[in-house]
Design a binder for this molecule. Sequence first.
Ligand SMILES: NC(=O)c1ccc[n+]([C@@H]2O[C@H](COP(=O)([O-])OP(=O)(O)OC[C@H]3O[C@@H](n4cnc5c(N)ncnc54)[C@H](O)[C@@H]3O)[C@@H](O)[C@H]2O)c1
Length: 242
Amino acid sequence: MSETANTSSGRVAVITGAGRGIGAAIAETLRDAGYRVASFDISDAAPEGVLGVACNVTNTESVDEAFKKVEAEYGPVEILVANAGITRDTLLMRMSDEDWEKVLDVNLTGAYRVVRRAVRGMVKQRFGRIVATSSVVALLGSAGQVNYASTKAGLIGMARSVAREVGGRGITFNVVAPGFIQTAMTDVLDEATQKSYAERIPVGRMGTIADVAHAVKFLVEDETGYITGAVIPVDGGLGMGH
Ligand SMILES: NC(=O)c1ccc[n+]([C@@H]2O[C@H](COP(=O)([O-])OP(=O)(O)OC[C@H]3O[C@@H](n4cnc5c(N)ncnc54)[C@H](O)[C@@H]3O)[C@@H](O)[C@H]2O)c1
């Protein structure tokens, strides 16, 4: 085997929210690196060569069913990327309980549901790689995103706690914290807002979905077994110092 051969090849990876955007890019990157990849998404879309499994992360039974499908098709899940996320942006004083609860249920409790289900099998195999998609706003804060930023900060506490619980079983749990990445989520921002963000980013541009996928690929490799509980910024330096 050459020094550059990827020993992770063939491992089974589940990406939630891989129907489009960042999740789809992660799924394609891992697929191209030889992983067997499944997308858990409420939408029917899944990248080519990726097993599309209908799953709503707000429902524990749906999560369990989806895991069973992947296990039947590919075998035990070794890699999980908890990426599904939504926004319901509005200022605190206008935020409804529903705006809060919906975002918590998908972004934070949804991640908890898939992580809990995945960890069972990983503990048995004494191997696992988990990555959650947080955001630069977790530590920076963001006016109009009290619900969203709370979930993204919560993922860090989740990752670090699970990392402590199962670190001895060969399981790592890290967090990527993307900054402003060009996707459907940021396309809704008006041009002036997008320009003002770019001006605040030290590398001078919005991020790409490939930028995030590259960081995730590194974190899930077999060789990346000594990094856990880390928050990896993929934000062009926007959040430096936090
Ligand atoms: N785009 C950015 O700039 C940015 C920045 C930081 C963090 N993030 C985070 O990255 C992740 C992906 O963002 P994106 O921009 O690709 O979003 P996106 O809206 O393009 O894609 C999200 C995917 O999640 C799926 N999804 C939504 N609710 C779901 C549910 N209940 N169960 C299963 N799947 C569900 C959607 O169908 C969609 O395919 C999110 O967690 C987001 O918060 C995005």
